[in-house]
Design a protein around this ligand. Structure first.
Ligand code: AMP
Length: 190
């Protein structure tokens, strides 16, 4: 199973990706996690990404696309993957389509978690409180506003990209974790 998870920050992509990992024996690839690790390890990539991430902007397509391209070739992706946080721009979606075609492993579906913006602020505040302030530099009001703006402008069009290809499956991201998971299972087996 090869999936993309779509939805605004705080929609629950990470939580659902973890459940999908177990259910389908595939792995979660979170570009946010990859970048946060690079920042923590103080690599060249991390130094490049740190400020951009802290203010809630996107790391450039030229930087992130080759990282995903290489990561998908690693053995643990052989059984399938869930991309969480990628693609975030139409250019990334086009690049993903090209690379998966080249690898002979097309996407099965793009699953969208549909959520009202009004509940996202609360969810993200809760996440920041639960995980401790040190975990994410970008879970603060200012970065969050920027991340939602970036989502609306750059990432929301990715949904239409997959809709045009008949790959978009939308579920109600406001339901309970278990119910969202059930709905995802349903749209994937349909
Ligand atoms: P996330 O954990 O997915 O919310 O990502 C945290 C931050 O990492 C984002 O706000 C961006 O700064 C950066 N980032 C993660 N994935 C991407 C991507 N696909 N393209 C550009 N920047 C990204």
């Amino acid at each position: 199973m090869r999936l993309v998870l779509l939805g605004p920050p705080g929609a629950g992509k990470g939580t659902q990706a973890k459940l999908l990992e177990e259910k389908y024996d595939i792995i979660q690839l979170s570009t946010g996690d990859i970048l946060r690790k690079a920042v923590a390890d103080d690599t060249a990539l991390g130094r490049k990404a740190k400020e951009i991430m802290a203010r809630g902007d996107l790391v450039s397509d030229d930087v992130i696309i080759p990282i995903v391209d290489q990561r998908l070739d690693e053995p643990d992706c052989r059984n399938g993957f869930i991309l969480d946080g990628f693609p975030r721009t139409v250019a990334q979606a086009e690049a993903l389509e090209e690379m998966l075609e080249r690898k002979g492993r097309p996407l099965d579906a793009a699953v969208e978690l549909e959520v009202d913006e009004s509940i996202l602020l609360d969810r993200i505040r809760k996440r920041a409180a639960e995980s401790g302030a040190s975990t994410r530099d970008d879970d603060n009001a200012e970065s969050l506003k920027k991340r939602l703006d970036v989502y609306r402008e750059s990432t929301a069009p990715v949904r239409d990209f997959y809709a045009r290809r008949g790959k978009l499956k939308t579920v109600d991201g406001m339901a309970s974790i278990e119910e969202v998971s059930r709905q995802i299972g349903e749209v994937l087996s349909a």
